[in-house]
Write a protein that binds this ligand. Sequence first.
Ligand SMILES: Nc1ncnc2c1ncn2[C@@H]1O[C@H](COP(=O)(O)OP(=O)(O)OP(=O)(O)O)[C@@H](O)[C@H]1O
Ligand SMILES: [Mg+2]
Length: 242
Amino acid sequence: MTTDSAIETRGLGKRFGPIEALRDVSLGVPAGQTYGLLGPNGSGKTTLIRLIAGLLRPTAGSLTVLGESMPSRRILAEIGYMPQTAALYQELTVRENVSFFARIYGVPPVRAVDEVLEVVGLSERADSPVYILSSGMRQRASLACALVHHPRLLLLDEPTVGVDPPLRVAFWQYFHRLNQQGVTIIVSSHVMDEAERCDRLVLLRDGLILAEGSAGELREKAGTSTLEEAFLRYAEATGELG
Ligand SMILES: Nc1ncnc2c1ncn2[C@@H]1O[C@H](COP(=O)(O)OP(=O)(O)OP(=O)(O)O)[C@@H](O)[C@H]1O
Ligand SMILES: [Mg+2]
């Protein structure tokens, strides 16, 4: 990979006791692009994101994030992480939650918070406690917390689950604007039309890479017209894994 990689992994593995959540994952994520992680439940998407976020230690191989060998404390302020399950304080308002994350990252909250709430369309609900929000609104609040410190690397674990179609489109437009500003985005998804919006993607199953490339490359290599079919083709070719 070139020096333009935001993330590089070599033979990366993560084992939880008897469970091998990731095995021999070697990939490079180009800077300033949106990179998709696709795979069924339990394929290792969240595990890979948590390794990149520095929340887990690899049990095999190596990982470089924004030029630093992980885990590295220095790089944490450069990363925005939106977990699969929102980690928000239910009793606090949307504004208080986002301000809390801004303070953790040393960002002066007032303007940054208003700006990011505008982006996720929650300005009107800034003073609502999180527990009274709809689940899609909670997703948006969680995204706001990940964005507030203007990270260079954004890790989004299924960010659009429960988000309505118009807002989903708005999220993706915003992701592409961030890419244009040089932000690298890793996004996991089950949704194939979202995968099509990624610059590159990796198909995972049982913690192993089935295939990697742009959506066009993956379809072409598999000789299929849709990514869904391509995924099935790669899975068949790899066979059942023990
Ligand atoms: N902390 C943990 N302790 C033990 N096993 C774990 C832990 N975290 C993940 N695993 C296991 O690792 C495997 C991969 O899980 P992971 O959460 O990465 O999958 P995923 O692709 O994100 O799935 P989903 O689509 O359901 O979110 C699973 O078998 C899971 O049970
Ligand atoms: Mg997951």
